[in-house]
Write a protein that binds this ligand. Structure first.
Ligand code: CO
Length: 208
């Protein structure tokens, strides 16, 4: 795609928005009050707003390779703090996707330089769930399952934060684990929530 085409597209988009609401951008400039924090993969095929059907202002978005929430990643931790404690979102979503290159790379042994420590976080997910994953003989199914378990573990990382725990106590903020299936376009809810998986783990990571 030509870069100049992007600016043409942008002007067409502005015209389109103003056609239905003359104050569209004026209203947007007043501030944001999103309901959802979405943490997803940077993959170019997994466009957060499109797949959820949300408009500007409705979702706070954080994307990185393989939708990770590493405990010491200042970027992810700042996003969670700002979205949960300041913007007061009521839902935090970790959305992985099948055919994820980051997860695939973590299943192989190639030395990828600067990517190694990042992908190591996914290898740690593999280690934690090694028995389940090693029992899956079909490589495609194993890959899909690691995508799902990675989402689950990143949800666990989300609830380790004091911001999320406080928001859960104060206003029952919900954490969701989803997978986007690039092959069908469908979102799948893994039903990782406080009532099943997360409540148990909360005992270990509780911060009062
Ligand atoms: Co990906």
């Amino acid at each position: 795609m030509e870069i100049s085409k992007i600016f043409e597209n942008n002007r067409a988009w502005v015209d389109e928005k103003l056609k239905t609401n003359k104050k569209y951008f004026e209203d947007l400039s007043k501030g944001q009050n999103p309901e959802i924090l979405y943490i997803g993969c940077a993959d170019s095929r997994v466009t957060a707003e499109d797949l959820m059907g949300v408009s500007p202002g409705e979702a706070f978005i954080h994307r990185n390779i393989a939708n990770m929430v590493p405990n010491t990643d200042l970027s992810a931790m700042s996003v969670i703090n700002y979205a949960v404690t300041h913007l007061k979102v009521n839902h935090v979503v970790v959305c992985g996707h099948y055919y994820c290159g980051g997860v695939k790379a973590a299943m192989q042994s190639a030395d990828l330089g600067i990517l190694n420590p990042w992908l190591r976080n996914i290898r740690d997910v593999y280690r934690i769930h090694r028995h389940e994953l090693d029992a899956i003989t079909d490589e495609g199914k194993k890959y899909n399952r690691l995508v799902e378990l990675n989402v689950q573990e990143q949800c666990v990382n989300v609830i380790k934060t004091s911001d999320v725990q406080r928001a859960y106590r104060e206003r029952k903020l919900q954490v969701h684990g989803w997978v986007f299936d690039v092959h069908s376009g469908l979102l799948i809810d893994l039903e990782i929530n406080f009532n099943n998986i997360l409540q148990n783990i909360m005992e270990i990571y509780r911060l009062d």
